[in-house]
Ligand binder design. Structure first.
Ligand code: IPM
Ligand code: MG
Length: 363
């Protein structure tokens, strides 16, 4: 099993270090190789996604990714910005299926900005299409407007588009995921306004006929944004396009109290995957040793389950994370009165300890 380790920028290195530490105590044979990505890669090699990094990622069974981005690169030409690294990896590896679970841990119910009873026990899964939509649609660019409200004015444009197979495959992913959960899929669209999303809705409905055991409903994206804060527990699996999924997954993340807890997986058709925390590079706290490594550690668990076929090892990590929360350990982002504030490294060490103690008790 080969894992490409791409820590990236900001807190990326700190949090990925902890996940690697956790992977190493599992007694599994991995080959791990680290490479530069994002702003650091631009600084060192002149490109946010250097050829060597892309090659390593393509050859690996899985990619463990930290985060990319820093304000200091905002002035660069778009193709050199750190975000292009993650977009390039998604496109080049064909990682079309993005899983973003939003789980509210019992111990963190009070960290949510919503009333505890609304989020207690929350466990929803957002499945975001990741290689199509307005993110990648061509043509795009700037030009002199040929028509529209201001002919002759300078304008910019992007293209929202989805091809039938792109919708079909993500719909299958969603229905299959729902089968393993509460058998309900909510497809989010904007069919009342956009041709692309009327088509999306039609195709998802067709695919749904192959899954009579899964309940399918459709929701407009504005309503979905509202329902997510009104009654989040009414959702099970949410499937949507790249753009809406970007927005709704941040919203869903916050329901759980901390984006610092949420892992994500991006898979291609052969189950090769990229695993990263749902949060960003947090340059404001980089290097301070206070970032929450749990989202990355949980991403490593997803990697074991989805790409490396090691579900038991994944379970061990997930139960260790619950153990450390039960012990009252909290990084600053999830800290509250009466719990113990710890740093990044201490949190990683505690997860390692929880895994190894359990191993000893078992044998
Ligand atoms: C995410 C991020 C990315 C996206 C950015 C960094 C390009 O917001 O993974 O949700 O928009 O997809
Ligand atoms: Mg986002």
């Amino acid at each position: 099993m080969k894992i490409a380790v791409l820590p990236g920028d900001g807190i990326g290195t700190e949090i990925v270090d902890e996940a690697v530490k956790v992977l190493k105590v599992l007694d599994l044979k991995f080959e791990m190789e680290t490479a530069d990505v994002g702003g650091v890669a631009y600084d060192r090699h002149g490109h946010p996604l250097p050829e060597a990094t892309l090659k390593l990622a393509k050859e690996a069974d899985a990619v463990l990714f930290g985060a990319v981005g820093d304000w200091k690169y905002d002035q660069l030409e778009r193709k050199f910005r750190p975000e292009q690294a993650i977009l390039g990896l998604r496109k080049n590896l064909g990682l079309f299926a993005n899983f973003r679970p939003a789980i509210c841990y019992e111990q963190l119910t009070h960290a949510s900005s919503l009333k505890p009873e609304l989020v207690a026990g929350l466990d929803i899964l957002i499945i975001r299409e990741l290689t199509g939509d307005i993110y990648f649609g061509q043509p795009r660019g700037r030009r002199t407007s040929p028509d529209g409200n201001f002919p002759g004015a300078e304008e910019a444009f992007d293209t929202m588009r989805y091809a039938r197979p792109e919708i079909e495959r993500i719909a299958h992913v969603a229905f299959q995921a729902a089968r393993k959960r509460n058998k309900k899929v909510t497809s989010v669209d904007k069919a009342n306004v956009l041709e692309t999303f009327q088509f999306w809705k039609d195709v998802v409905t067709e695919v749904g006929q192959q899954y009579p055991d899964v309940k399918l409903d459709h929701m407009y994206v504005d309503n979905a944004a509202m329902q997510l804060v009104k009654s989040p527990k009414s959702f099970d699996v949410v499937v949507t396009g790249n753009m809406f999924g970007d927005i709704l997954s941040d919203e869903a993340a916050m329901l759980t109290g901390s984006i610092g807890m949420l892992p994500s997986a991006s898979l291609n058709a052969s189950n090769q995957g990229l695993y990263e925390p749902s949060h960003g590079s947090a340059p404001d706290i980089a290097g301070k040793g206070i970032a929450n490594p749990l989202a990355t550690i949980l991403s490593a668990a997803m990697m074991l389950r989805f790409s490396l076929n090691q579900p038991q090892a994944a379970d061990r990590i997930e139960s260790a994370v619950k153990d450390v929360l039960s012990q009252g350990l909290r990084t600053a982002d999830i800290w509250s009165e009466g719990t113990r504030k710890v740093g990044t490294r201490e949190m990683g060490d505690a997860v390692v300890a929880a895994i190894t103690t359990k191993t000893i008790t078992k044998s």
